[in-house]
Design a protein around this ligand. Structure first.
Ligand SMILES: Nc1ncnc2c1ncn2[C@@H]1O[C@H](COP(=O)(O)OP(=O)(O)OP(=O)(O)O)[C@@H](O)[C@H]1O
Ligand SMILES: [Mg+2]
Length: 410
């Protein structure tokens, strides 16, 4: 049985694929009715390197969510991490068409179309257009112009483009998993829905997602996403360093890192009490948390240095008023706030808290954020262009995606 008035979000991460299924409530919240998660075997550093494995991971996560919800998923919104993304500010202008000069939905759609006219290199494609503000007859700062009177409607928009190859591989995997894509949403936008308050977004804040293969740095100010950068480095590099340093396999290193790892040696126990077996030998050896951390701390430092450099490139050698909010798997590591405060030279750093009734695992935060984003903002031009319902899973869906991608670029 297929139910239609549900929103589905998919996050294809380097460590896991997650799927969330929610029912929009009239009060603007979302009732989560299905969740699914599966290890992501075909993704490295945020990029798909094995299509078949990625399709399998997506299918497994989708099926888990379907079992929980009790019905089939046909289409979904896809979260995009900002790897290979570029943001361009652009302005669109149109004349208001109605005789009574009242601005209607279709004027807003036309002005958004006008804003997507930007010169892009051949290897790039527009994936999203986020309105920053509208202007009616030159008056700035309007969030929703529908219903206002005017003759000239302008939009100040953020045009998001992606490298075609990496994006198409992702779309192809989701399509081959039998899912039609309703729309593409920047994960930073989705995460800001669950982790940032409107005040923080107004004052200025960095939302930083330290994942498995990538670290994303998003700057919000004046209520909007202003800048976005992604570095291909994350928790998986820490695991690799630990495995090499202790000469243990990757799987065991991952376990030890999560259970005993710390980002700061000064916070780690010096007593050797963790048993390890080095590769190629059957001998057991005891190591201390501090020894573990000696292989972890340098990589965490490197990640934070990269974050710092990106902040400076974005024009922030010091932190914005609302500081830094950390999230993503690595933010669960002991000592992460302390070392971040040292290296970013500020106390205004916190780890985001994911509080959603009934959901324990913060790994679902991005898909939950996607559902809230869709519910709250109804990203209209993309839904209307892309969201035609399909009858069943199967071939032909990719063609639809191609059609709307062409639509967007035209
Ligand atoms: N308690 C913990 N201590 C240290 N690291 C942790 C902890 N919990 C999770 N991690 C690490 O966080 C990473 C996974 O983070 P996350 O789930 O945000 O990644 P992802 O979304 O799959 O990847 P990406 O966003 O980079 O594509 C892994 O490297 C994992 O080892
Ligand atoms: Mg992620």
């Amino acid at each position: 049985m297929v139910k239609r008035n549900y929103i589905v979000g998919i996050d294809v991460g380097t460590a896991e694929v997650r799927v969330g299924l929610g029912e929009p409530r009239p009060d603007g919240t979302v009732n989560i009715v299905g969740l699914g998660l599966s290890p992501s075997d075909g993704v490295r550093k945020g990029v798909i390197v094995d299509l078949d494995k990625t399709v399998e991971s997506i299918v497994a996560a989708v099926e888990e969510a379907e079992r929980m919800a009790g019905f089939k998923i046909e289409s979904a919104y896809l979260g995009l991490k900002g790897l290979n993304m570029e943001l361009i500010n652009n302005r669109g202008v149109v004349a208001v068409t109605a005789e009574d000069r009242e601005i209607r939905e279709d004027d807003v759609e036309r002005v958004m179309h006008a804003a997507k006219v930007v010169a892009l290199p051949m290897d790039r494609e527009i994936v999203d257009i986020i309105p920053r503000e509208y202007l009616v007859d030159g008056f700035e700062g309007i969030r929703d112009p529908v219903g206002m009177l005017g003759v000239r409607l302008e939009v100040d928009a953020l045009v998001v483009s992606s490298l075609i190859t990496s994006l198409h591989n992702l779309l192809r995997c989701v399509n081959r998993a039998g899912i039609t894509i309703n729309g593409l949403i920047l994960q930073a936008m989705a995460n800001s829905e669950v982790y940032l308050s409107p005040d923080e977004r107004d004052l200025g804040v960095f939302l930083i997602d330290i994942g498995s293969g990538t670290t994303e740095i998003a700057l919000f100010q004046h209520g909007k996403l202003q800048k976005l950068a992604v570095a291909p480095i994350g928790g998986d590099h820490i695991t690799t360093d630990l495995a090499a340093g202790l000469r243990i396999n990757h799987h065991r290193a991952e376990e030890l890192k999560k259970e005993y790892g710390s980002a700061l040696q000064s916070l780690a126990e010096s007593e050797p009490q963790i048993e390890i077996k080095t590769v190629g030998s059957n001998e057991l050896r005891l190591v201390s948390e501090r020894e573990l951390t000696s292989f972890i701390e340098p990589r965490v430092q490197e990640i934070l240095q990269i974050i710092r450099e990106e902040m400076i490139k974005m024009g922030w050698p010091y932190l914005p008023p609302a500081g830094v909010v950390l999230h993503g798997g690595v933010s669960s590591m002991k000592g992460i706030v302390e070392i971040s405060r040292q290296l970013l030279e500020s106390d205004q750093i916190r780890v985001a808290e994911f509080e959603m009734v009934g959901i324990q695992n913060p790994a679902y935060s991005t898909v939950v954020g996607l559902l809230y984003y869709v519910q709250r903002y109804n990203p209209r031009m993309f839904i209307q262009e892309r969201g035609r319902p399909t009858k069943k899973r199967g071939p032909g869906l990719w063609q639809r995606i191609r059609d709307w991608m062409t639509d967007i670029v035209d």
